[in-house]
Design a protein around this ligand. Sequence first.
Ligand SMILES: Cc1cc2nc3c(=O)[nH]c(=O)nc-3n(C[C@H](O)[C@H](O)[C@H](O)COP(=O)(O)OP(=O)(O)OC[C@H]3O[C@@H](n4cnc5c(N)ncnc54)[C@H](O)[C@@H]3O)c2cc1C
Length: 433
Amino acid sequence: MTASRQRAVVVGAGRAGTAAVEQLRAAGFDGEVVVLHDETTPPYDRTACAKGVLSGKQRPADVALPMDPRLDVTWRLGRRAAALDPWAKVLTTDEGEELGYDGLVVATGAAPVVPPGWPVGQPGFHVLYTLADAWRLRGELRTASVVAVVGGGLTGCEVASFVCSSGRTCVLVDPSDRVLGRPLGPMAGALVTDELARQRVDLRLGRRVRRVEPVRRGWLLLLDDGTEVVADAVVATVGERPDTSWLDGVPGLDTSDGLLCDERLRVVGAPDVVAAGTVARWPNLQYSPRPVRLGQWITAWEHGRAAAATLLGGEPPGGAVTHVPRFWSEQFGLRIQVIGMLPSDGEVRVTYLRPGRRDVARGGVLISHYGSTGLEGVVAVNATRAFTSMARGLLATSGAAIHAVAEIQAPTHAPIHAGIQTPIEVPRLAAVG
Ligand SMILES: Cc1cc2nc3c(=O)[nH]c(=O)nc-3n(C[C@H](O)[C@H](O)[C@H](O)COP(=O)(O)OP(=O)(O)OC[C@H]3O[C@@H](n4cnc5c(N)ncnc54)[C@H](O)[C@@H]3O)c2cc1C
């Protein structure tokens, strides 16, 4: 074991890991900060992978996260954490190096999953999670005229939107009867689905891909109703799984769905270890004591800062780390904004900004979700102004940070990265035992 005093190790340099690094330094931690990151690219804005990078409006260099060199961080890019001994406080890398730590931030995010046997990585067959994935996909889309997107979630629909806007034919396959039903709720999902149909996406809803076969130019997808789709390129956006494989078998950790944490993001069963971002499953007491995982950019950022503060022994404001989920997406000429939680059995109120239009979604729709505590979530489609005022109300009652409304309104994430460090007064990591 490397002898260490006051060393913080961060695993994963996505938004959660980098926010943790920034917060450690902002809070005055002056020990060594080591970041292990298994991608070879420096930290970047992952959300741009399905937006600006794919469309070509941004090049990879444009989406780098601005990390202040004065943070004095030891970056280990291309290095993966491979094992953990939480009692000895030692982490082992994929090269067998042992790193002792006083505090550890697990921010390993997620990795895309596809059914067994799908030929990911072969020419014309893609997943979309990393910048490298996005760059490769962009290159291959140039020569594709028919693109099949498997999975109608946010990433799949953003890809479909780009494919259509660039004049290519898009076939979208999803087992549900509408796209985006999970992140937006059934009503907004149905409205967006109508818009996709109007924009001539070849929708194969209620269908699953049974088999994938190579054909002379591209891929053949055999669907469960016996129909076939032949496409030059396939993009599989069927799901992701929290990246905890390196923690498999560590006694005392619950990795059944991400890493189980307490309400302050302390990993249950591992002293001086916190988790942040998509990998963390924690009780978001804003809504419920039942631990949940949230896969959003703003969650990762807020988590990273809060987890670092917890590690340093300070109280995050209010004690528990609470969070109001929120995200936006732009696709098919629709600006979609979501804040809060959407209870499955609550009351739903719909406001049409321009009632009577055939293209309802384009005219503007605000969908308010009410649960046992009152208004719990809002979904807006082309209703930015109305959304902003509702969102302000929700955030004000939640006690969330002041910057939050700007975050959901911003056309890109870029301006938000500046000036976001609110130092939380905390001293140093607990001394090594
Ligand atoms: C294409 C795409 C578009 C998206 N668009 C939006 C959007 O518009 N809005 C929104 O709110 N959210 C969006 N998201 C989700 C958002 O990007 C994630 O919620 C956020 O990036 C999570 O950040 P994170 O730091 O928790 O994890 P990640 O961003 O996944 O970063 C974790 C990093 O850790 C690395 N890692 C994993 N295991 C190890 C290990 N053992 N050792 C070392 N390194 C490791 C991974 O390679 C990864 O780089 C999008 C996601 C994708 C994939």
